[in-house]
Every structure is written in C-alpha cells, then in structure tokens.
Design a binder for this molecule. Structure first.
Ligand SMILES: Nc1ncnc2c1ncn2[C@@H]1O[C@H](COP(=O)(O)OP(=O)(O)OP(=O)(O)O)[C@@H](O)[C@H]1O
Length: 873
C-alpha cells in the first residue's frame, strides 16, 4: 500500500497578520489530523489517520528521520522508490522537497542546515552510507520540469531567455518507450554527482530554470510539476568472485498546486496552461481512482506525468505521498479536498520488487550498445547526406508508425461516425427545409386569405357606410349589421394572431437553419482539414514505403546474384570433394586390410603367451596346494594340542565352579539361620517393649487417679479445716499446719513407695532385656567368626584355583605363541612363493603388452596415415 505522510505547515506571516483562525490540528502520537470549523451554522468535524503526521512545530529533520530514511535505505537495497509532494499552492511542497535553497548552504563540516529538504538529505544519506560501506558506486541525477505537457531539462547548462520560452523555441524533450516496458525522456541530461555538497548547486541551477507564473493567490506559485531522480549503481561481488551491479532509483516529485484552477486566478492566456496542468493532475486523479476501484483500464497514457511515473502507480515501485496543507481557515476547502484525495489514494496497492542485479559484463555490454547507438546518431547528424536510421531507431519508429496507423484507423472510425452524424443532420436539414417550404406556402395562402378578407372587409365597410343611412331606422337591421361587423372584426383578429404566430415560427426556423448551416460548414471544414492532413500523411507514408520497397528489391537482386555465384562454386567444390573421397576410401580399405593382417599375427602370439601363463599358473597352484597340505597337517596337530589343553582347562573350571557353588550354599544356610535368629530376637524385643508400654500406661493411670484422689481429699479436708478455722481462728492455726504437714507427708510417702515399686519393676525388665541383648551379641559374634573363617577358606581356595588357572593360561599363551611363530613362517614362505609367481606372471604379461604396444603403434601409424591423407583431401 502507499505510505502516507501528512505535513501541516506553520502560519505564514500574512496569515498571522490577518489573524486567521486555525482549523487543522494534529495528533502526532495517534497519527491523526482533525479538521473542525463552523461555517454558516454547519459544523464540520472530521478526523483522518495517516502513517505519520507532522504538525506545524515539526522540523525538516523530523520528517526526514521518521519518514524518509527507511525509503532511502530501500533504494540502497535495490528498490525503486517514489515520493510525491501533493498539496495546495503555498502549503510547502517545494519547501519539503528541496528546502529553503537560499538559506540552505552546507555547514563547515558538510552538515546540512535545518531548512534542507528531502532531496539534499537523501543525497547526503546515500553518500554517507556508501562511503561507510567502502562500496564502489556511481550516483546520477536528473531534474526535469513538466509544464503544459511539455518536458524541459532543468540541468542543461544554457540559460534559455524568457522571450524564447514564450516564443516556444525552448528545447522540449520527447518521451520514448524504452523497449523494456518503461518510458524514458530522450536527450535528458544525466549529471554524475560525486559528493553531497554538489547538490545545492544543482538544485539552485534547476530552480532558476523552473518556471513560475504569477497567479492571484500566490505570487511565487509554481505552476509546473518537477521530477528529481537519483539513480545509484553499487558494485558487489558474489562469493564466487563474480561482479554484480545493484541498481536503485529514487524519484522525488514536486507536483503543481492541487487547487481549483479558477480559484488560483489563472485565466485568458493561461487557460491552456491551466488545462494542461489540470490534465496531468486530473489524469493522476483518474489513474488513482481506476487503481482504487480496480477498473480494467487505467488511463496512464492520457498524460505525460502518469506515463513517466507509471511504475510508481500500481507498479513495482515503492511509493509514498507527502500531503501538505495550511492550518488556516481560508484554505479549509482545499485542505479537506487534499485530505480526501490522500485518504482515497491510501488504498492503492503496488507490488514492489527489488531490481535484478546485473552482471558487470552485461552492464558494460549495454553501455557499449548505447555508445554505438549514439555514435551512429552523431555520424548521421555530421554527414547529413541521406537518411541514416540505426536499427533500434528503425524498430522504434516502426512501432511508433504502427501506433500511428492504429490512431489513423481509430480516426477513420471516428470519421465514419461523424459522416453518419452529418448524414443524419443533412436529413434533418432537408426535413426542416421541406417544413419551411410548406410553412411558406401556408403563409402565402394565409396572405392571400388575409388580402381577400381585408378586401372583403373594405367592401363590407363601404357597403356598411352606404347602408348606414338607408337602414338607420330599422334597428333590427342595424343590430344585425353590428353583429356581422363584430364577427368580421373577430375573424380579422384571429387571422392576425395566426399570421403573427406563423411569422414568429418562420423567424425561429430561419435562425435554426442558419445555425445548422454554420454547424455543417464547421464540420465540413474540420473533416476536410482532417482528410487533407490524412491524405498528406498517407502520401508521405506511401512515398516512404515505395522507396523502401524499391531499395529492398535492389538488395534482393544483389543477393540473388551472390547466391548464383555461390551455388556454382559450391557445385565445383562438391565434385572435387567426391573424387578425393573415392581415392581416400580405396587407400583406407588397403590400410585396413594391412592392419587386419597385423592384428591376426599379434592375436596368435598373444594366444601362445596366454597358454604359457596358464601352464605356469597351474604348476604354481599345484605347488601351493602341496605346501598348504603339509602346513595343514602341522596346523592340525597344533590345534589338537590347544584343544586338549583347553578341554582340561574347562574341566578344572567346572570343578572350581561346583566347589564354589557348594561353599556358597553353606554360607547361605548360615546367613538364613542368623536371619531367623535375628528375626526371633527382634520379635522378643518388640513384645518386651509392648509390655513395658502397657505397664507405663497403667502406672500413669494409677498415678493420675491417686493425684485426683489426693486433690479431692485435700479440698475436702481444707474445706472442713477452713470451717474449723472460722470457728476457732486463733488457736487452731498451728494445729492445722501440723496436721496438714502430716497428711501431705503420709501421702507423699505412699506415692514415693509406688514410684520405687515401679522403678524396681522397670529395672528388672531392663536387666532381662540386657541379658537378651548380650545373648544376641554373643550369638552374632559367633556367627561373624564362622562367616569370617568360611570367607578366609573360600579366598584361599579361590587363590589356589587362580594360581592353577594362571598356570594353565600361561601354557595356552606359550602354545599360541609357538602357533603364531609357525604361522608367520608359513605366511612368509607363502608370500615368497607368491612374489616369485607374481614376478614370473608380470614378466609374461610385459612380454604380452610389449607385443600389444607394437601392435597398437602399427595400427596408430596406419590410422594416422589414413587420416593425414583424408585431411589433405
Ligand atoms: N514547514 C514549513 N516551515 C516553515 N516555512 C514553510 C513550511 N512550509 C512552507 N513554508 C514556507 O511557505 C512558503 C511557500 O512554500 P512553498 O513554495 O514550498 O509552497 P509550494 O506548495 O511548493 O507552492 P507551489 O505550489 O507554488 O510550488 C515558503 O516561503 C516556505 O518557506
């Protein structure tokens, strides 16, 4: 989708002076622009959302850093990107794109001034990035203006005077199809930029040439579209060391003011200009509408602006639009229309694709092609004798001619429809003429009638006058006469009104006829002009075609002659060649026969050698067989010895295992007895502890009971004592204390006795448990002693067995060593025999191969002789 940025400029001095109210507010964080105003009781309140919004306080740097840096990075990655500045005149499109040129001069260390716009900042970013990457690159810029549908180069060095511009002597550049589906401007100057600082001079040069027109709304208003393009080529190397060229292009478009032409005050002499500017902007609008509504036909070809930027509108380019508005109320209408336009265009979807990297060699080839084309053009221009058209130009002009033919056909169709319309008009005209003549005859008849009626009227009047005197007395007659007079007057009036009506009809009819005549005459002159022009063009086309046909005929005749002579020489050569081939074939056959003889000879000798080889190998095999049989007998005796030793060894190991198993069973039995005893001991211990627990709980219960009884008795006693004490308070205090002491002492003695009894019971139990434990300890010691002895016996037995087994193992090792030595001796003798046999076989084979080589060289010589002869032929 298109990226959309919105810029609201600060109030201008004029707006501040007139104290214009602000109607546009920005919310940078929510990326919203709000417009609110009351107009004639109607409240306008609208909110639009964009990708980024920059309010009046935003600086050029903010816009660049937040919105443009990613786009320039994409260009450096090899994409084509386009940035449009769209908005009403004076809202800051040029300021955003170029910056304030007069004030913008680069600082001492190459840093940019705060007013610098998108173009210088983009150039600086491009150079900074490329230099930091140490890349090999080239940067080219073009700067053009589109004004009245005419393209002017803003970077050409010569200064064209204003008068010359007015006289239309300026250098207009044509648009051409580039043959790859794109469009290019022929003859457009491409300036190579080597550092960012050069850009201000270029911009100033371009701006000086840029046309401005004084309109009522803004004196500095630019009435043209400008396009600044930066093309970057960066060299890259693949891991295989191949050199590739990456290409990216950035288009920066400053559109003409988007306002209504009538509002901007353009009129009279500027009507065409306004129309043409409108044409580009209107077509841009129509293209955007077609893209948004996904219409089948997108009218790119209707204006040069849309043709130039076709790829940026729904193509493979990444496109962004910066819409600029004023915050003041007097621009409200335009602000709303800009916002609507921008919001609508937001939905256009491009299909961005990165440019394919070109191999350096391909690029160089392309450039050579371009140089050749230009050289050819220069040569043709310098010579000026005849017409030279390079092939590409010819094809291009041919395609243009085809387009023209199509156009002519379309015009033919149009002429036909016009002719039909003309015929219809003629019919209508004839009908009108007929009607007119009918009406004139009617008019004549009515005139006659009128004359007759007026004659009748005069006669009747005379008669009336005559009869006036005679019939004065007769009232009845008079009244009759009056009636007749009235009727006659009425008839006269009706006739007059009819007459007037038909007269008016006639006048309007004549006017209509005159209009139609004029229209017909106009149409006829247009058609005649067109026919004349068409005839002229067709004549020139016919002339060109006939001249090219005659030239082609000449060429064809020439080619025919060449063909005849070539065929003759070709026939002669073929006859010679045939002869030579037959001779060489005979020679070849004789050589082949000789070679076949040689082959037969060598085949016989190699058969003899092979027989010899097979005899010697059979004798060798026999001797090896005998030797191996002897060795097998010896090996068998060794293996029998080994087997015997191993079987005794096995028997001993089996006995040892049996004995070990018996000892193990005995020790298991011991362990089981011991575990049974331990189990019984633990059982007893548990019973004892359970009994102890029961006893302890019983004792605890008894003690608790006795304490409770003592408490009760104490309470009762103290109660009675208290009662007695109340009775004889003073005398009995000492008695009471003594008695209490006696009571407590007696009770305590009882308690002590119970405790001592308990203790003795517990002591007896503990001593019985100690007895059981010592018994168990003794038993355990006995068992451990027995187990230790058994383990010692087993260890001695296994050590003795280990010694015996080691002895047996050593015996086995010595037998194996002797067997290995014997085997080594055997293998050495086998190897010796093998090498001897190999050497005899090698010598035999060498003899055979010598024979074969001789054979091969003879064949090769024969073949070379044959081929040499064939080559000569
Ligand atoms: N963001 C801004 N900050 C400060 N001044 C600005 C800003 N935008 C525009 N201006 C000032 O407004 C004036 C008009 O701007 P500019 O010429 O760029 O408008 P424009 O839209 O390009 O008009 P035109 O359609 O005529 O080319 C200039 O003097 C410029 O300095």
């Amino acid at each position: 989708m298109f990226r959309f940025f919105f810029v609201v400029r600060p109030f201008s001095e004029e707006e501040l002076r007139s104290n214009a109210p602000q109607v546009v507010t920005c919310n940078d964080y929510q990326r919203e622009v709000a417009v609110s105003q009351n107009i004639a009781g109607k409240h306008i309140d609208r909110v639009f959302t964009f990708d980024k919004v920059f309010g009046p306080s935003a600086q050029q740097r903010d816009l660049y850093e937040q919105a443009i840096i990613p786009i320039v990075n994409e260009v450096l990655e090899g994409f084509n990107c386009t940035i449009f500045a769209y908005g009403q005149t004076g809202t800051g499109k040029t300021y955003t794109m170029e910056g304030d040129c007069k004030r913008s001069k680069s600082g001492p260390f190459g840093e940019l001034p705060p007013e610098a716009g998108v173009i210088p900042r983009a150039i600086k970013q491009i150079f900074d990035t490329l230099e930091s990457q140490n890349a090999e690159y080239s940067v080219k810029v073009t700067f053009l203006e589109l004004y009245n549908e005419e393209i002017t180069d803003l970077l050409t060095p010569e200064e064209i005077p204003r008068v010359a511009l007015e006289d239309k002597q300026k250098k207009q550049l044509p648009l051409m199809e580039d043959g790859k589906g794109g469009v290019l401007v022929r003859g457009l100057e491409e300036e190579i930029v080597t550092s960012a600082s050069e850009i201000f001079n270029l911009l100033e040069r371009g701006s000086a040439k840029r046309r401005t027109a004084e309109t009522l709304l803004n004196k500095q208003s630019s009435r043209s579209h400008s396009l600044f393009s930066i093309t970057i080529h960066i060299k890259e190397a693949t891991p295989e060391g191949e050199e590739l060229i990456k290409c990216g292009k950035l288009n920066l478009v400053d559109l003409a003011g988007s306002e209504n032409i009538s509002r901007s005050g353009a009129r009279e002499g500027r009507a065409r200009e306004a129309g043409e500017i409108n044409k580009s902007l209107l077509t841009l609008g129509r293209v955007i509408s077609a893209l948004v509504e996904h219409l089948g036909h997108v009218p790119y070809r209707d204006s040069k602006l849309t043709r130039l930027l076709r790829d940026s509108l729904g193509g493979r380019t990444k496109t962004c639009i910066i819409a600029t508005v004023s915050p003041a109320v007097h621009c409200l209408e335009e602000t709303l229309s800009t916002l609507d336009y921008a919001h609508r265009a937001k939905n256009i979807r491009n299909k961005p694709e990165v440019n394919q990297k070109m191999m350096k060699s391909t690029l160089i080839k392309d450039l050579y092609g371009e140089i050749d084309r230009l050289k050819a053009e220069v040569y043709a221009t310098r010579e000026k004798n005849g017409v030279y058209i390079p092939k590409e130009r010819y094809y291009q002009e041919e395609s243009e001619r085809k387009a023209m033919t199509d156009q002519i056909e379309q015009m033919g169709v149009m002429i036909e429809t016009h002719q039909k319309q003309l015929d219809e008009l003629q019919d209508k005209y004839d009908a009108q003429v007929q009607q007119c003549s009918d009406l004139s005859s009617k008019l004549d008849a009515t005139d006659k009638n009128l004359n007759q009626t007026s004659k009748l009227l005069t006669r009747t009047e005379e008669e009336l006058r005559r009869c006036q005197y005679a019939l004065k007395e007769q009232d009845f007659v008079i009244s009759e006469q009056k009636k007749a007079e009235n009727a006659l007057a009425h008839q006269a009036c009706v006739l007059r009104s009819d007459l007037e009506k038909s007269f008016k009809d006639n006048v309007s009819l004549f006017m209509k006829i005159a209009r139609e005549d004029k229209l017909n005459a106009d149409n006829r002159s247009v058609v005649n002009n067109f026919q004349a022009e068409l005839a002229q063009q067709l004549d020139s086309l016919c002339n060109i075609v006939s001249s090219s046909v005659s030239r082609q005929n000449e060429h064809l005749q020439c080619i025919e002659k060449y063909c005849h002579s070539f065929l003759e020489t070709h026939d002669k050569a073929i006859i010679d060649f045939k002869k030579k081939i037959t001779a060489s074939r005979a020679l070849y056959i004789s050589h082949i026969e000789a070679v076949q003889n040689v082959v037969r000879l060598h085949k016989a000798s190699s058969n003899a050698a092979l027989e010899e080889i097979s005899a010697s190998s059979s004798s060798n095999a026999h001797s090896i067989g005998e030797f191996l049989a002897a060795e097998a007998v010896e090996g068998n005796s060794i293996f029998d010895d080994l087997q015997g030793t191993l079987s005794t060894h096995q028997g001993e190991v089996a006995g040892f295992a049996r004995e070990l198993r018996e000892r193990f069973n005995v020790s298991i039995e011991h362990t089981m007895n011991m575990s049974e005893f331990t189990h019984g001991f633990l059982q007893k211990l548990m019973e004892e502890s359970r009994r102890l627990e029961n006893h302890a709980s019983q004792v605890d219960e008894i003690q608790m009971k006795s304490i409770a009884e003592f408490q009760r008795a104490f309470q009762e006693q103290s109660k009675s004592d208290v009662e007695k004490l109340v009775a004889d308070m003073t005398n009995l205090v000492s008695n009471h204390i003594r008695r209490q002491e006696e009571l407590v002492g007696a009770r305590l003695i009882g308690l002590r006795e119970t405790v001592i009894g308990n203790k003795s019971f517990l002591d007896s139990h503990v001593s019985s448990m100690e007895g059981i434990t010592t018994d168990a300890k003794r038993k355990w010691q006995e068992f451990s002693m027995q187990a230790e002895n058994a383990a010692k016996d087993s260890a001695d037995f296994s050590a003795a067995k280990h010694c015996r087994m080691e002895l047996l193992h050593q015996q086995c090792v010595s037998t194996a060593e002797s067997a290995i030595k014997h085997w080594k001796r055997t293998s050495e003798s086998v190897n010796e025999m093998g090498s001897h046999h190999v050497s005899t076989i090698v010598s035999l084979i060498r003899n055979v191969s010598d024979n074969n080589e001789q054979h091969d060289t003879e064949i090769g010589l024969a073949r070379a002789a044959v081929e040499g002869r064939r080559g000569k032929e």
